[in-house]
Write a protein that binds this ligand. Sequence first.
Ligand code: FAD
Ligand code: EPU
Length: 334
Amino acid sequence: MLEENFSLKKYNTFGIDAAARYFSTFSTLEELNELLDVNQPSTFILGGGSNILLTKNIDGLVLKNDILGIEKLKEDDEHVYVKAGAGVNWHELVLHCISNNWGGMENLSLIPGNTGASPMQNIGAYGVEIKDIFFELEAFHLEEKKLVSFNLKDCEFGYRESVFKRKFRNKFVILNVSFRLSKHPVFNTSYGAIEKELEAMGVTELSIRAISQAVVNIRRSKLPDPAVIGNAGSFFKNPEIGSKQFEVLKNDFQNIVGYELPGGNIKLAAGWLIEQCGWKGFRKGDVGCHEKQALVLVNYGNATGGDIYSLSTEIINSVHDKFGVLLEREVNII
Ligand code: FAD
Ligand code: EPU
């Protein structure tokens, strides 16, 4: 059913009270096609709303993708190919795969949102990105009204990047995504605090279930639960700089946190840069910078998207003034 002047407050994890001129859910391609006949200046596809900042009302059609279903496509000795509807909750898909002992998604446990948005920014955590397990996806071109398949190469995945975030922004509706998972999982425990957490959990025999639980525990210990405090995860990307610039910074700031990338560039921990500028735990009205993770901006209640955007600009400016490094927003600004 098409709703008019519909509040999106419950449909974005920042909890911003902005409205859609028209709003509807769809759970099949046929329903989507019918809705696209509603003549509107713009169409915005919504998933779980966990990576958007609404800075204004949306004067167009907002369509929430609720296409469900998880299906095993095929298998061979090594791999299982699994297809999930765009509306499937990401963590439910991860749990489904873990319960079947299909490996590859366990490090991506508890990332909020839906499967259909996972290729949008090539979601990643704890040393894994979806590009590592991606097989293909099916998308519908909004203007040309035709189905298009994208393989790994077509998606042009990068760190928090894909063609859907850039050149095809708002052009396609992702309908389903297929993944290639391992029947004989390779455990990936080297990143961050996973090994320490597994030890604290008393795990003696590694399994994808144990790794998933370790990741869940670590995430719960530092990331705010959007059901309690509005947020969209990391607000900024971790910036990449050249090794020379890193050496100069290291002279002035001995404790600066950076990781070497293949090719020699350095990825800096944006959370560290922001914390050094004094923002961690900052609060003004209902807007803030999270007390345990400076990379996460939060809405304590009735902040507007504009309030959060303004704070992000202040943070970008102060990090630039102190370190000469330009932070880029990760969250999609609407
Ligand atoms: P939405 O916010 O609804 O949409 C995001 C963008 O994708 C929008 O531009 C939207 O138009 C587009 N989109 C959504 N669905 C479709 C579709 N079917 N077809 C075409 N376009 C679509 N991200 C990480 O990568 N790693 C993390 O570790 C991580 N941790 C997080 C922790 C918290 C507490 C929170 C709140 C967020 C975190 N995120 C993380 C960000 C977020 O969870 C992911 O970006 C997620 O994939 C967004 O999914 P969504 O369904 O909520 O997308
Ligand atoms: N740090 C600080 N202060 C802070 C926060 C972080 O000094 O307030 C430093 C610490 O040294 C820490 C390092 O930054 O060791 C890295 O922090 P963390 O392990 O929390 O990861 P992150 O780099 O802040 C990234 C992703 C997360 C992902 C985690 C785990 C980005 C932008 N963010 O965060 O993704 O879950 O790694 O892999 O790449 C998201 O995209 O929304 C997201 C939450």
